[in-house]
Design a protein around this ligand. Structure first.
Ligand SMILES: O=P(O)(O)OC[C@H]1O[C@H](O[C@H]2O[C@H](CO)[C@@H](O)[C@H](O)[C@H]2O)[C@H](O)[C@@H](O)[C@@H]1O
Length: 236
């Protein structure tokens, strides 16, 4: 098990970390123990859920107003607010026209699904009839993304993020608010690698944990969401 520092600042990715990966993004409910666990963790430590989802969607999945109230960062750093779906700040909405144009040009392949995220969108090809062909078509589409937006590839998904915004910039800013805490970051996907790198570059020591398989710069690894839940219990 990764180390359990006594004064942690917990950063928790959502999909693949607090909720198992499933075919339908709208059906990615958390591990059954997660809502109660989060509610107890926030009484003991600062906790931030950090996700590529928009916060409204995160709120729906975590039970909305009836679920735990945890600080949250959405859209890979664009939104800040709360896990019940409340948005306090949105970094930018200046790309509306480009997003509309790109959305209209998403390749029309069978099984390719666009997930609307308010100020952004994601294109999933997990359910595509031919995922390799869908990925190739999406790579060509991503070549047309203008400066100011960055296409980012996750688990069978590509999404657009404003340039200069990432989970890395978000966690560095939040860690600076808690210089006396040890950041502990758990994440499973490519975009979490930005956060691992940012935390490893801090003066504060940090615990970085990759969930699942795949290359990583993280210092530790847990196999799956069940193991995440067991590890988080150790902070109570
Ligand atoms: O930063 P995260 O909380 O890990 O969110 C990253 C993206 O996760 C979701 O997509 C992924 O999970 C889906 C549900 O398990 C899965 O079907 C999909 O293939 C994965 O890519 C979510 O839909 C995206 O909006 C997030 O950006």
């Amino acid at each position: 098990m990764p180390p359990v520092p006594p004064r942690p600042l917990l950063f928790l990715d959502y999909d693949g970390t607090l909720a198992p990966i499933v075919d339908d993004p709208a059906a990615a409910v958390p591990h059954p123990d997660v809502p109660d666990l989060l509610a107890r963790l926030v009484d003991a430590h600062p906790v931030v859920v950090i996700t590529g989802r928009d916060l409204a969607a995160l709120g729906r999945l975590l039970g909305g107003a009836g679920g735990p109230r945890v600080r949250a960062v959405g859209l890979h750093g664009v939104e800040t607010g709360w896990s019940d779906g409340t948005v306090e700040e949105r970094a930018t909405e200046a790309h509306g026209e480009a997003l509309d144009r790109l959305r209209a040009a998403v390749p029309d392949a069978q099984g390719v699904v666009v997930e609307d995220k308010g100020a952004a969108f994601a294109v999933h090809y997990r359910a595509a009839a031919d995922p390799d062909a869908a990925r190739a078509a999406l790579e060509a589409w991503a070549e047309t993304v203008p400066d100011g937006l960055t296409p980012i590839w996750g688990k069978r998904v590509v999404e657009l993020r404003p340039a200069g915004v990432s989970k890395g910039t978000a966690v560095a800013a939040l860690a600076a608010e808690h210089p006396d805490r040890t950041p502990v970051y758990l994440g499973d996907d490519v975009t979490d690698e930005d956060a691992f790198r940012a935390l490893q570059a801090l003066r504060q020591p940090a615990v970085t944990v990759k969930v699942g398989e795949g290359e990583t710069v993280a210092g530790h690894r847990l196999p799956d969401v069940d193991a995440v839940v067991a590890y988080l219990r150790a902070f109570l």
